[in-house]
Design a protein around this ligand. Structure first.
Ligand SMILES: [Zn+2]
Length: 235
């Protein structure tokens, strides 16, 4: 009997979740075809430039703003079938856990297109950085957006510095540099936080820094306006 045969092995793999099984087939992921939608052309991830990937995100936000979502018309059954064994997202997004920031809707994307990591305050921690490194190094995402948003409760709480229950206060330290830089103005601190987290990812992770240097990745800070739905790039 070979090592890969037997129901016990495949059952174990399925229990380990998509990340582990995807790591096991990294070569297939990197060499595979992009997901094909019923109404839009395939996103040829292997040939998409970082600039084209960013444009795809921003074009999706334009459709969202105009109420012209295309992703809702995609054949989800086809997308599920095409992505059952592999994923090839063209973009990674680090966003806040806030319920008012529905990332896939905001960029008009459905199954298999975005690698989304969410945590209150869109901060980088070792686990968050590890997840994004996986998106870049294994899945080959071409753009990594750090998406702050207006009225962010995590940034607001850090500015106020009040005592909070449980482990909520653990969010303060990663956000504090932005508050220290921008002062008590909430909007300024939100933008500074997105920029600082993007810089941290770009410089502190050799994998992400290397992908940028090789021209395979663009890291961009951005801001989501909850009221209008508009995403604005921060420079
Ligand atoms: Zn938030």
């Amino acid at each position: 009997m070979t090592e890969s045969a037997g129901p016990g092995k495949s059952a174990d793999l399925s229990r380990r979740g998509f990340l582990c099984s995807a790591v096991g087939s990294a070569a297939a992921v990197l060499g595979g075809a992009a997901a094909v939608s019923a109404t839009r052309p395939a996103l040829a991830q292997s040939t998409l430039t970082p600039e084209a990937a960013l444009k795809e995100l921003m074009d999706g936000n334009e459709r969202y703003l105009g109420g012209q979502l295309q992703s809702l018309n995609e054949d989800l059954a086809i997308l599920k079938a095409k992505t059952a064994e592999k994923q090839e997202p063209f973009a990674a997004v680090l966003a806040c856990a806030d319920s008012r920031v529905p990332v896939e809707f905001v960029f008009d994307q459905s199954i298999g297109h975005l690698f989304v990591v969410r945590v209150a305050g869109n901060i980088t921690t070792p686990e968050i950085t590890a997840s994004l490194e996986y998106g870049v190094a294994v899945l080959g995402t071409k753009v990594l957006m750090v998406l702050g948003h207006g009225s962010c409760g995590a940034v607001k709480a850090t500015i106020e510095g009040k005592a909070v229950p449980g482990q909520i206060g653990a969010l303060y330290a990663p956000i504090w540099p932005a508050v220290n830089e921008a002062g008590p103005n909430l909007d300024a601190a939100i933008d500074a936080n997105a920029r600082i987290q993007a810089t941290l990812l770009s410089q502190a992770s050799p994998i992400i820094a290397g992908a940028i240097k090789e021209g395979n990745l663009k890291v961009v800070p951005a801001r989501y306006d909850i009221a209008s739905g508009k995403v604005s790039l921060l420079t």
